[in-house]
Ligand binder design. Structure first.
Ligand SMILES: [Zn+2]
Length: 115
């Protein structure tokens, strides 16, 4: 089973980068985890937030956040609406279900006719 992360929302922040002190590099990204197997795709309720500086290419971990970054982060966190958790069956899964349906229907029909 593969676990992937999809980016739901990206926000550019005007805060100073704690690493390179640039004000135009910080980007806050909201991601959500989803799982994929051969038979289904499923969005989980688990979200991941990440701040990265595009100027110095550094991931800014929460321990490095300044009060300003924290404040801006909280603001965006509140405004962020994650995707609803859901599971979607793939074509293959539907084919298996359909096949079972046909076999069962055929079995019942056979049993009724040749009773
Ligand atoms: Zn930076």
């Amino acid at each position: 089973m593969a676990e992937k992360q999809i980016t739901i929302k990206e926000v550019s922040l005007n805060n100073n980068c704690p690493e390179c002190y640039n004000t135009n590099g910080l980007q806050l990204t909201f991601k959500q985890k989803f799982k994929e197997t051969n038979l289904y795709k499923s969005i989980t309720s688990e979200t991941i937030q990440e701040i990265e500086c595009k100027t110095c290419n550094t991931i800014i971990y929460p321990v490095m956040w300044t009060d300003d970054i924290e404040r801006v982060f909280e603001y965006h966190q509140k405004a962020f609406v994650p995707k609803k958790p859901s599971t979607k069956l793939k074509k293959k899964a539907w084919l298996i279900i359909a096949l079972f349906g046909i076999i069962i229907t055929a079995g019942i029909t056979f049993a009724v006719i040749y009773k």
